[in-house]
Design a binder for this molecule. Structure first.
Ligand SMILES: Nc1nc2c(ncn2[C@@H]2O[C@H](COP(=O)(O)OP(=O)(O)OP(=O)(O)O)[C@@H](O)[C@H]2O)c(=O)[nH]1
Ligand SMILES: [Mg+2]
Length: 331
């Protein structure tokens, strides 16, 4: 699996403008032709373009220079130089482009296919033909091209998902993601199997999609850096709804829920005011009596017991997810 990269700093440089040409018209039997040096071409621009097929920034290299082509020189016979080819850096949807010096957010490429010009190419210099005047018929000079813009930018990816999965390590978040979306996350019977966020997509029949983010497990004290900390919560900051995944075989489910919520709250209180559902996972491991007793430990109406392994109650979960999307559109 490609490494998940949250943030990276790179350099960008637009192309310089091409130099204008110094040239004089030559033709048989015409002794002294006029100036015919064409203008230089414009330097290429540097763009960032969001692409939903890319999920992280790991294809980019830290501190590398991403440059566009310089404009070509003007030529004789009034031919203009070719413009330099643009450089387009593809980034995942959800990438912020931040000015490396001022820290200003230059662009937030949320929608798929959004293009942002981050550095513009220099214009080409004028050829000597441009400088011909009534009193100065034979200018022997031309303009150089303007330099292309150059800067350092930091790219910061905040995954864009509709729904975020939150739970203790080993609760079955990744198993659930693998069951209901196209994602194939790593699943294992030990904590912190997931080290970097996974994004899964549910493709609906009407053509719409529902994106779900599976993030590393959270433990008590995560806000103090315990476990993997909380920084990856930035990837679910923009979700529409949160699913708390709790292992039903655990001891005190109410405490687990409280712990998850208070960690989220410490990070960003908005996360706990979003629509949510509590999923008691691994129901296949308990008998009916225990399932009822565990369910009653949680004093909340938004609770559903499921099994990510056997698929029990997954259809009901999918209906709840649809409800979240409608809720969002209505609000
Ligand atoms: N019996 C049963 N086992 C499950 C169920 N869901 C997940 N598991 C098992 O629980 C273990 C942990 O599952 P994961 O999906 O890796 O858990 P996670 O929450 O993503 O864990 P981290 O990535 O470490 O935070 C694996 O051995 C899964 O096979 C379930 O519904 N029933
Ligand atoms: Mg996992």
């Amino acid at each position: 699996m490609a490494r998940f990269t949250d943030t990276i700093s790179i350099r960008i440089k637009a192309g310089n403008g091409g130099k204008g040409a110094v040239s004089f018209h030559r033709e048989k039997f015409i002794a002294r032709g006029g100036p015919d040096g064409g203008d230089g071409g414009k330097g290429g621009d540097v763009y960032f373009r969001s692409d939903i097929m890319i999920h992280n920034l790991s294809h980019l290299f830290k501190d590398r220079l991403y440059g566009a082509e310089n404009g070509h020189q003007g030529m004789g016979n009034n031919r203009h130089g070719k413009d330099g080819t643009d450089m387009t850096v593809r980034v995942p949807a959800g990438t912020q482009v931040i000015d490396g010096e001022t820290g200003e957010v230059l662009a937030d490429l949320i929608e798929d296919g959004t293009r942002f010009m981050a550095a513009s190419g220099g214009i080409g210099g004028k050829g000597n033909a441009f400088f011909k005047t009534a009193t100065h018929q034979t200018p022997r000079f031309s303009q150089p091209g303007m330099p292309g813009e150059e800067k350092r930018v930091t790219l910061n990816l905040k995954l864009i998902a509709d729904i975020g999965l939150v739970g203790l390590p080993n609760a079955g978040k990744s198993t659930l993601l693998g069951r209901i979306t196209n994602a194939k996350p790593k699943i294992a019977d030990y904590p912190f199997t997931t080290l970097t966020p996974n994004l899964g997509v549910i493709q609906k029949e009407d053509g719409s999609t529902l994106k779900i983010a599976d993030i590393p497990g959270i433990i008590e004290g995560a806000h103090k850096g315990h476990g993997l900390g909380l920084s990856f919560l930035q990837h679910i900051e923009r979700v529409r709804a949160v699913l708390y995944i709790i292992d039903i075989t655990g001891d005190d489910l109410s405490y687990t829920l409280h712990l998850l919520r208070s960690e989220l709250e410490t990070y960003n209180v908005e996360l706990t005011s979003k629509p949510y559902y509590i999923l008691l996972n691994k129901i296949d491991l308990v008998d009916d009596a225990e399932a009822v007793e565990k369910r009653n430990q949680i004093n909340d109406k938004n609770v559903l017991s499921i099994s990510s392994s056997t698929g029990e109650n997954i259809p009901a979960l999918l209906e709840i997810l649809d409800g979240f999307m409608e809720y969002h559109h209505a609000s």
